[in-house]
Design a protein around this ligand. Structure first.
Ligand code: TA6
Length: 279
């Protein structure tokens, strides 16, 4: 089904609606389950920026491993044990509410079917806005549509494709971080910043510009509206124990997430944009 000149909707083999964008400068695929970007490739270099697990479960029975999972209205474990990690929206269907084609950019807006549920009983509106052009801009916009303030969190939990994790350097991250593997607070980020073991770090920083420098290329990230940048790689042992990840999958991926981990209060009528631009 054609939604506009450059935007199509199809049904995957597993029965999930997939949105494909193919414009003169870039291509992108998104699953309506989770409002989940699966791939992004600018045509100037035809290099896939995102990593999608070959073992990802794509039938809507669990969140998709890889691409850009949307975590909202909380990041990580929920306050109650029976609630899902990373919030309520990566497990539900989203719908397209707007499509615009421009000469070298396509704009898509989507919303989840529900913005409240167990663990978050507030009046909120959540919109995902994607600008698909020479770069991909991903904005998660939270609006308080109720009469009372609420506190929320979340993340753009992006999985980036790398050629070899052993050769990657991250630039632009300095200062202290919470190390979730060692369960300690570290004073300074490594320099050079390489990944050589299981890594799960919350950098409490509003630094905006980060580069993932790979063997022969670099992926540039511009982040906005976050209180933290999260760096995650499960490494060998954890990958081997994850049913939706190949044992060696950790070698080709690195998560760098624009996140709100500290809780952000939003007054009635206010909106907040959490954004990551990928170039
Ligand atoms: O963002 C890092 C993290 O919170 C890790 O602790 C790790 O478990 C990861 O996300 C993946 O979570 P998931 O629920 O998708 O398996």
């Amino acid at each position: 089904m054609k939604l506009s000149t450059h935007v199509f909707q199809r049904t995957s083999d597993q029965g999930m609606p997939i949105i494909s964008v193919d414009n003169p400068v870039a291509s992108l695929e998104l699953s309506l389950f989770g409002g989940h970007v699966l791939s992004f490739m600018p045509k100037r270099d035809n290099r896939q920026r995102l990593w999608l697990s070959p073992k990802a479960v794509m039938d809507g029975s669990k969140p998709i491993r890889g691409g850009i999972p949307l975590c909202w209205p909380w990041f990580g474990q929920a306050s109650q044990a029976d609630l899902p990690a990373h919030g309520l929206v990566r497990n539900q269907m989203w719908q397209v509410i707007r499509v615009d084609d421009d000469v070298d950019e396509t704009r898509l807006q989507l919303q989840p079917k529900q913005c409240s549920g167990p663990g978050f009983v507030h009046s909120a509106e959540l919109t995902l806005e994607l600008l698909i052009g020479h770069q991909l801009s991903v904005s998660l916009i939270t609006r308080n549509t109720g009469q009372q303030a609420f506190t929320f969190g979340g993340a753009l939990h992006s999985y980036f494709r790398v050629s070899d994790i052993g050769k990657v350097k991250i630039t632009g991250l300095q200062g202290p971080y919470q190390d979730k593997v060692q369960n300690t607070l570290m004073d300074t980020s490594p320099s050079p910043y390489c990944i050589a073991a299981e890594t799960d770090r919350i950098h409490l920083t509003q630094s905006a510009d980060i580069s993932i420098v790979d063997a022969e290329c670099a992926t540039q990230l511009h982040n906005q509206g976050h209180d933290s940048l999260v760096v995650w790689n499960p490494w060998q042992e954890k990958s081997a124990h994850m049913a939706d990840m190949p044992a060696n999958g950790y070698q080709q991926m690195l998560c760098i997430e624009a996140a709100i981990t500290q809780g952000l209060e939003l007054a009635p009528g206010q909106s907040h944009t959490l954004k990551q631009v990928i170039a």
